[in-house]
Design a protein around this ligand. Structure first.
Ligand code: AGP
Length: 609
């Protein structure tokens, strides 16, 4: 997730306006920043790695001439956060500049095609292909206007984008286009703006025009003109008045970042399905030939590893060992060796306990792989191969969208491994791949259809002293994650363990009204899980079940239930089944008067051991 912004002013300099707007978009990405303006038929660019303030101190982002320009604050997905990969990106002639938020899935083939036509690329980003595509279109057909050249270029793109293009050839225009990534226009008497989000221009105007998927917009001093990308048909749309405060706007109207990020999960899951195939294939080669594979992480990321251990086992018939980062050295420090592979999972890529485990493994010549949300983080630098999980910045301290994104990447890895090891048929692969593609919609359905019900359950149990979270099989990981969420943001002591463990001790805690959350996908564990539900119910527990839609048998046993759409394969079930638990923790926190975004005693990234 990145932030783009630009403007055309009737008078005054664009650069300071762009700089201030990028600061208001910094929550969307902050590992590099850049601006480009047009003046006297020339393109002026300043960009660098690092946060906006750091780059401004070095380059003075306000000091660019001209009253037309674009800017970008980056959250790296392709290419480390270095100056060379910072936006704006230009074409060979340096007459065209592009800023982009999104992921171009087919950038590698487009890049090869353009290189074969003589284009020279500077960066490792997907975005740069857009600038060269437009240049190629204008070269092939000089009679094209800039808007037409952009229209043709975006017609070649697969994936998500919100782009803005400026060119010395038409220095009075900005051409924008969107598919899936957000884009909004702001208008006032003196200027016209485009941005990823309303907060960027809200202090300048509250008149906004939402741009839809598949639309291109031509901005000029006369105003804006919307066209459909498919057939360049004109679209008319009037500005709307925005009555949000700036603070509300940053949260897009949500009361907290955590709720916004829970709701962002469908979009994030779609992004995780845009991983570059060759990185997945490359990463899959290492666990395949290792003598032992450790999955190392902390907290929520550890729960993703726990779920992944079931995925690797059930799909690829590969034994992997989930290990909590802070325990790795004690548990395996002496035995890990050159034949070991460590897959470290860390959304921040900076968790000290996880990195300590990685360092120990590296010292003993083990192969280290990384899965992270922060390209350019320490974990990416110490990993032999890493994958970016493409979740965008997660502001809430509690991990939500980064967890489900991690699960999506890990199950894709398990599928590649399964195929490489010949453990699943092509039909099974296709079936699971199709179900994975549908997961974003499934999560959308759960949020839309069940959020209100979860809110009511939170109200009913808001004073409960503790909870059990129980599951079997891969749902054990889901149970652990639901418990962590409730503990860390609602401060409710909760206990999670494999449901089969109940009679080996914990069931002694159960008394009348004791809330027990069961995660109940209709998988192989269902039968034994039913008996666990019965044994809890027999002791007076209040049963809260996350069930598959229409599961009448469990509905009869449960005091409360939340439904998840049917037909989710077992190995994918943690992704949809965790969403009601995230919402339960969120609404319990709100009911108990806590701010879910800033839970006491916790930091977003635990960089100390
Ligand atoms: C999750 O909600 C917590 N904030 C915490 O457990 C977190 O998952 C853990 O610190 C690991 O962080 P990482 O993924 O950045 O390594």
């Amino acid at each position: 997730m990145c932030g783009i912004f630009g403007c055309i002013l009737k008078n005054g300099n664009a650069a300071p306006i762009i700089h201030a707007a990028l600061k208001r978009l910094e929550y969307r990405g902050y590992d590099s920043v850049g601006e480009a303006t047009l003046y006297n038929g020339r393109l002026y660019i300043k960009k660098d790695q690092g946060k906006i303030d750091e780059a401004h101190k070095i380059h003075n982002l306000d000091d660019l001439p001209g009253n037309l320009g674009v800017g970008h604050t980056r959250w790296a997905t392709h290419g480390a956060p270095l100056e060379v990969n910072a936006h704006p990106h230009v074409d060979c002639s340096k007459q065209i500049a592009v800023v982009h938020n999104g992921i171009i899935e087919n950038f590698a083939e487009l890049k090869l095609e353009l290189e074969n036509r003589g284009h020279v690329f500077i960066s490792k980003t997907d975005t740069e292909v857009i600038a060269h595509l437009i240049e190629e279109n204008l070269k092939t057909n000089p009679s094209l206007g800039l808007a037409e050249a952009v229209l043709e270029a975006v017609g070649r793109l697969d994936g998500s984008y919100a782009i803005a293009v400026i060119s010395t050839k038409e220095p009075d225009k900005i051409i924008c286009a969107r598919n899936e990534s957000p884009l909004v226009i702001g208008v006032n008497e003196n200027a016209i703006y485009f941005a990823s989000d309303i907060p960027a221009f809200l202090p300048l105007t509250n008149r906004a025009v939402m741009i839809e998927d598949g639309e291109l917009v031509i901005l000029s001093r006369k105003g804006f003109e919307i066209r459909k990308i498919a057939d360049s048909g004109a679209v008319s749309r009037e500005p709307k008045l925005i009555d949000w405060t700036s603070e509300m706007a940053v949260k897009k109207g949500y009361p907290h970042f955590m709720l916004k990020e829970i709701h962002e999960q469908p979009a994030c899951l779609r992004n995780t399905l845009r991983l570059q195939e060759h990185y997945l294939e490359l990463m899959a080669t290492f666990p395949d030939r290792a003598r032992e594979v450790f999955l190392v992480a902390c907290g929520t990321s550890y729960h993703a590893c726990l779920a992944a251990s079931y995925m690797f086992s059930k799909l690829a018939f590969l034994a992997t060992y989930p290990v909590i980062g802070s325990e790795f050295v004690e548990q395996h420090g002496k035995s890990v060796n050159i034949d070991s592979t460590i897959l470290a999972v860390s959304q921040s890529g900076e968790t000290a306990d996880t990195l300590a485990a990685v360092n120990c493994a590296r010292q003993r010549a083990a192969t280290v792989l990384g899965l992270t949300n922060a390209i350019g983080s320490t974990l990416t630098r110490v990993s032999r191969v890493y994958l970016g999980q493409q979740s965008g910045p997660e502001i809430g301290v509690a991990a939500t969208k980064t967890f489900t994104s991690q699960l999506s990447v890990l199950v894709q890895l398990a599928l590649r491994l399964a195929k490489k090891r010949g453990k699943v048929s092509q039909d099974e692969m296709d079936f699971l791949a199709e179900k994975l593609e549908k997961l974003p919609d499934t999560v959308e359905t759960i949020i839309r259809g069940q959020e209100e019900k979860v809110k009511q359950i939170a109200k009913k149990y808001k004073d409960a002293k503790t909870f059990f979270f129980l599951g079997r099989g891969v749902s054990t990981a889901t149970a652990y994650e639901g418990r962590l969420k409730l503990m860390e943001i609602a401060y409710v002591p909760a206990i999670a363990f494999p449901a089969g463990e109940s009679k080996h001790g914990p069931i002694s805690l159960v008394e009348h009204g004791f809330p027990v959350v069961f995660i109940c996908p209709k998988d192989e564990t269902r039968k034994t899980l039913m008996s666990n539900i019965m044994e809890m119910k027999a002791r007076g527990a209040s049963i809260i079940a996350v069930i598959e839609e229409g599961d009448e048998e469990i509905k009869k046993l449960a005091d409360d239930y939340v439904e998840v759409p049917k037909g989710i394969p077992e190995v994918l079930s943690p992704i949809p089944f965790v969403v009601p638990l995230q919402l339960l923790a969120y609404y319990m926190a709100v009911e108990r008067g806590h701010n879910p975004d800033t839970p006491r005693n916790l930091a977003k990234s635990v960089t100390v051991k």
